[in-house]
Design a binder for this molecule. Structure first.
Ligand SMILES: [Ca+2]
Ligand SMILES: [Ca+2]
Ligand SMILES: [Ca+2]
Length: 296
């Protein structure tokens, strides 16, 4: 009887080991760490479905509260969403990371992604992220942007309970006394599904729009997506998207969604500005020359 119990126990232990989520790196992707005090944010490369493996550590007793965190896009007419690929350049310095792409998948837009990690004490911490994309082509680009978050609250993928705090911009995920706030600026939609549901929507061969469902959620392995519906960028125009995470603390969006005029609107202004600056410099130079001659 005892051996049967022992065998059953061994089976249970083995089963729980198999159930662990492991970070699979599939070909490059961002790799680096930023820190502030006891809090750190780390990229561990692109994983399954093109989502970056990520850690947000030092924010609570359970340890790392993030499994994946990454961005996807869909240009009007595309047959599916596509993950941002490996960045062309990435800099991790102190508490700030900057990732950049000169021409994302040669689709005619450049991108910059910045992250700032902050130790808010307690322990707790925030991760503020801003994605800027610019149309570098000669034609308008209509583009949807998505951010994918796989939070594993309290360091465990199970037991996470999600609630909608502000529709559709603020989701809270809790496990016992620990929690993660996911806040986005000006997004149009969200969706929550058990892992890897949202990642599958964003990486499968189909067009998917997030449908504002899935909350309240759990307890289960939480994944979320936030979507900014199609924005049309004229050549040279830039759009900015903010996604912030607060682990065991609040999260607020510092940078609101912005659409900035591109260089097409700037030349008229800059030409006037340059002409004025040139005139002032010329007058200044003439004045100095005249004074020098006076003192000779
Ligand atoms: Ca958990
Ligand atoms: Ca899809
Ligand atoms: Ca999760």
């Amino acid at each position: 009887m005892r051996s049967v119990l022992q065998a059953a126990l061994l089976f249970l232990v083995a089963s729980s080991a198999w159930a662990q989520k492991t970070e699979i790196v599939e070909g490059g992707g961002p790799t680096g760490t930023i820190t502030d005090g006891a809090v750190s944010f780390t990229y561990n490369g692109l994983g399954t479905g093109g989502a970056a493996n990520a850690d947000l550590a030092g924010t609570g007793p359970g340890g790392d509260q993030l499994f994946s965190y990454w961005w996807y896009y869909r240009i009007s007419g595309d047959p599916q969403e596509t993950n941002f690929p490996s960045p062309d350049a990435e800099v991790y310095a102190g508490n700030m990371a900057t990732l950049s792409w000169t021409d994302v998948n040669t689709r005619g837009f450049s991108a910059d992604l910045t992250h700032v990690v902050t130790d808010t004490g307690g322990p707790s911490g925030t991760l503020d992220s801003v994605l800027s994309i610019s149309n570098i082509s000669s034609a308008p680009i209509a583009i949807d942007i998505f951010v994918y978050v796989d939070a594993d609250v309290a360091g465990t993928f199970g037991g996470d309970v999600g609630t909608l705090v502000v529709d559709p911009t603020h989701i809270n995920v809790a496990d016992g006394a620990e929690f993660v706030n996911i806040v986005t600026g000006g997004n149009d939609a969200y969706q929550v599904l058990p892992w890897p549901g949202i990642r599958d929507l964003l990486s499968d061969a189909a067009v998917d729009d997030l449908d504002n469902t899935g909350l309240p959620f759990g307890p289960d392995d939480f994944t979320s997506g936030q979507q900014w519906l199609s924005v049309t960028l004229l050549p040279g125009e830039t759009a900015t998207y903010a996604s912030n995470i607060g682990a065991n603390t609040d999260a607020t969006v510092i940078v609101p969604p912005l659409q900035l005029p591109g260089p097409t609107a700037i030349p008229a202004l800059s030409k006037v500005g340059l002409a004025l600056l040139a005139s002032i410099l010329m007058l200044f130079a003439v004045y100095h020359l005249m004074r020098r001659r006076q003192y000779r």
